[in-house]
Write a protein that binds this ligand. Structure first.
Ligand SMILES: Cc1cc2nc3c(=O)[nH]c(=O)nc-3n(C[C@H](O)[C@H](O)[C@H](O)COP(=O)(O)OP(=O)(O)OC[C@H]3O[C@@H](n4cnc5c(N)ncnc54)[C@H](O)[C@@H]3O)c2cc1C
Length: 298
């Protein structure tokens, strides 16, 4: 039902998940997170772009992010979506844009993580990741999704690169041939993928708010005797803050994903889709509009 919900309502409900329209908004959120001993990863919202110029503008915005991170002394890297850099328009354009962002990151001793989008982009995303790593860019990481049946194979085929990987459940709607559909199945594959990545000596970002997975993640890194700087937990801005604070108190590294910008719609829909309370809010609002209120109908 979410796409039928009026945009202003989506905007209102999703405000807690987005820092705001400007880079300054994102920096303010990261500064607060840093003061609470959390790291940041800044995302310039932009997956809805349509033209080559818009894709170049997103790459330019990322280069500005690095300059600002350095000037403000923030502890943050960035996350990019390849569709925002033009993947659906032209692979080479996207490669050029991504490489410009990665070079700027390297110049400022920083790091870029490529988010993973829907399954129509998985092959190209992993191909581009490999291309740039083989071209000598070490400051680049990628994301794998536990719901995809292919993920363990992808871990095996990326093994020679010893990639830095964020493992998450995955949020796009995928068919059963490609993705596990059951809650338990996805959790089990998350754990299998996490173990396989650690076996392959990868740096892993354990990205989840799921209490059970957080506990399992904690148990696995403890059993392996990993030091604080050999893995990190990751959470999204606006979600499960108390759970994140607990991880920090226990001495784990926690990185907060902080999106900002004008292209907020698609990201907002995905967050609302996951919020367990959202059906209730929307039902109440929709009913409120369909059924005239007593006072007004007299
Ligand atoms: C740092 C980070 C980066 C990510 N990057 C990607 C990516 O590149 N590609 C991709 O496909 N997916 C990405 N995701 C999304 C991820 O795939 C999941 O869709 C998302 O994290 C929800 O799964 P979960 O593990 O938190 O478990 P869930 O079972 O969905 O959530 C566990 C609990 O967290 C709370 N919660 C979760 N979401 C919300 C919400 N929106 N509002 C309120 N409470 C909520 C609820 O209490 C819920 O019961 C990322 C997630 C994180 C944390």
């Amino acid at each position: 039902m979410l796409p039928a919900v009026p945009k202003p309502l989506v905007h209102m409900l999703a405000q807690r998940y987005i820092a705001g329209p400007t880079l300054e908004d994102a920096c303010r959120v990261v500064k607060t997170a840093n003061a609470e001993h959390k790291l940041g990863t800044i995302d310039v919202l932009g997956e809805e772009i349509r033209t080559r110029d818009e894709a170049r503008a997103i790459a330019g915005a990322y280069r500005d992010v690095f300059e600002t991170i350095e000037r403000q002394g923030l502890d943050s890297n960035v996350s990019v979506k390849l569709t925002g850099l033009g993947l659906k328009l032209d692979y080479d354009l996207c490669r050029e844009n991504l490489e410009s962002v990665v070079r700027e990151a390297a110049r400022r001793n920083n790091f870029v993580r490529i988010d993973m989008e829907d399954s129509s982009t998985t092959d190209d995303t992993l191909r581009l990741y490999r291309d740039l790593r083989e071209a000598g860019h070490e400051n680049l990481g990628v994301v794998l999704q536990a719901y995809l049946r292919r993920t363990l194979d992808d871990i095996r085929s990326l093994g020679d690169l010893r990639p830095s990987v964020r493992i998450c459940k995955g949020i796009y709607v995928e068919p059963p041939e490609l993705a596990y559909q059951g809650y338990g199945e996805v959790r089990s594959n998350f754990i299998r993928a996490l173990e396989a990545l650690l076996d392959a000596d990868c740096y892993v970002g354990i990205a989840t708010h799921d209490e059970w997975l957080v506990s399992e993640g904690r148990r696995i890194v403890a059993r392996r005797g990993l030091g604080r700087d050999e893995y990190e937990f990751q959470m999204l801005y606006g979600i499960a803050e108390a759970r994140g604070n607990r991880l920090v108190r226990e001495g784990h590294r926690l990185r907060i994903y902080v999106p900002f910008g004008e292209h907020w719609y698609a990201y907002s829909l995905r967050r609302l889709q996951e919020n367990p309370k959202i059906a209730g809010y929307i039902a109440a609002d929709t009913l409120g509009r369909l059924v005239p209120r007593r006072n007004g109908s007299a």
